[in-house]
Design a protein around this ligand. Sequence first.
Ligand code: IVH
Length: 721
Amino acid sequence: MVHQSKKCSVGLVFQTFLAMLYFAYLVCEVLMNETDLEQARKRIESLRESINRNNYLYHVLDSPEISDAEYDVQMRELRTLEEQLPLFVTDDSPTQRVGAAPLESFSAVSHFKPLLSLANAFTDDELGSWFNRCSKLLDGRTFELVCEHKIDGLAIALTYENGKLVQGSTRGDGYKGEDITDNLRTVRSVPLSVIGDFPTKFEVRGEVYLPKAGFEKLNRERAEQKLPLFANPRNAAAGSVRQLDARVTAGRALDVYIYALGYAYGHTMPMTHWETMLYLKTLGFRINPNNRLVFTIEEAKAYYRLWQEQRSSLPYEADGIVMKVNSLAIQDELGDVGREPRWAIAYKFPPLQGRTLLKEICVSVGRTGTLNPVAILQPVVIGGVTISRATLHNEDDILRKDVREGDMVFVQRAGDVIPEIVGPTPDAVASPTRSSPFSMKGKLFEAESNSPRCPVCHDLVVKPDSEVMYYCPNAACPAQVEERIRHFVSRGAMDIRGIGEQLVALFCNGGLLGDVADIYALREKREELIALAGLGEKSVDNLLFSIENSKTRPLSRLINALGIRHVGEETAELLASRFSSLAELSATSGDVLLGIPSIGAKIATSIEAFFANEDNKHIIAKLEACGVNTKTEREPAVGGQLLSGQEFVITGKLESFTREVAEERIRALGGQAKSDVTKKTTCLVVGMEPGGKLAKARALGIKEINEIELISIFEQAQKEG
Ligand code: IVH
């Protein structure tokens, strides 16, 4: 019995020992996992911190410290870690800018403090009246003003709690807006969390906008996809930000400038608008560097005139100058009238709309054979630019707007965008002698053959049932050939500087160019070029250099340059990332192409048809024979990489070549050519009549060279190459 009980207790002890061992193992494992997890968490945090900081340096301060490639590596690592550990994904992680799942509708947001609008002034007198009214209300006390660009985008409010973005909304009617948080999260210059010493809860206000370049790219892509175009960057920004599917917003290059603080708790705030902006900048918000503090109304007017002249050089659309009383105490004193503050005014730039006579509607032939109606106008000056032609999209558009030949029409210009006809004036509509409605068939009708024909090659036109456009089906139509060459050399394509619209026309008419590949044979016709174009030897050599240099463009550019119908910059990039060469792409069937996400039947069929065409095969063979890069890997640039890691800025005029060509050569040698002097600039090239960049470079102690020294760098590279 005793023995038995002993045996039993030994067994118990042993079992307990085993259980303890197992428990210790479990504890160890948990502990080990915990340390692993802790390490991963720390790494995630440090990656986020670095990415946010670099985002801030790039988007807000405009002075990046790391390369795009380094940034991508960090982003990739963070994404992988978050995929493995979804527990650690937070709303303010930089990976969350990709766009959330689509919403059914936007929910309403009540603004805690209403978002006011601005009273307008259109003349110096009206501005003067506003200023005098303020002075009078202040019993003649002087006050400072802050002048800012009035950016043409969409007003938004961003709310932060404990440093994190919790809500983004539209202005709506000023009292109630829409919750567009998911969309605004995708905008790189909207901080998902702020830095430094921030109020516990606060709201900032600003303008979300689409820069001109992004707007033009978006419209180019929409034109290719036969989607209706946005009339101006403002509509495009509003359309982009009010997308129920935030992934669409993420694909648009939107930006934001913050121009006001709505409210703030838990922090003492500056006493002036100017200092508030400086403070918000320290928190990580993007503040327009063109803002200016002025002390007199004369200075404010000078600021207005400066930017009225230079508005077209801005990367965004601005429709006026906002002038705000700087002191917040004085702002309070002046108060509001209705929905407008008395302490601020928008001094609008003259409108970019005008009225003129629509002399005729002509038809031009596009590179894919589209027959595009073009309005020929009595020349009219709009915003300092003379307009004599405008687009009219297609026959449906003309009929919808009801514009007819001989009408007085309103014409609109938005920055660098192609002018367009808004519609006929009421007088024109009421005129008893008005011409009949436009008809494409009527316009192209040729009596001899009793049918509508291409105005250039006179082939019979076609109109697919599903499309609004008429086409010239003849790929050899001289107008199509010329347009294809223009597209091939354009900026988004092979980017051959120095060969513009006029030279393409001249070379085509002179028999030097019959297809895009002939561009690379021009170097054998140097003398003919000089004689035909009336260009100096230096210009022709610069042009030939640009042509040679374009041979090393990446495959994506070449695919875009070929002008395949429905294939724009974005699709070209997608294709270049999937295929290692043009040969591989051309050998791929439409069915296989269809398997690629974002390639639909229309694009796949078009690509297949393009590469099956004998003329296209011949052109591609010619391009390959000329040494144009047709593979994913970039060929080494001409002259080696003598300038790699160096950043050049050019100021003033150069004598031996245009700035574009000099920049092109710098890039060809592995250097970077930038337009602004920053801390990262390694060398300033000083030409004749240098601008403000020289002073800035001197202040930063940046090396300066003159044009002769730049040329000797190029010569040295040539010798070494
Ligand atoms: S201040 C109370 N500053 O212009 C003052 N507005 O009606 C509120 N806008 O849609 C506006 N740039 O979004 C201010 N630098 C700027 C602006 C600006 C553009 C827009 C604003 C609003 C409209 C004013």
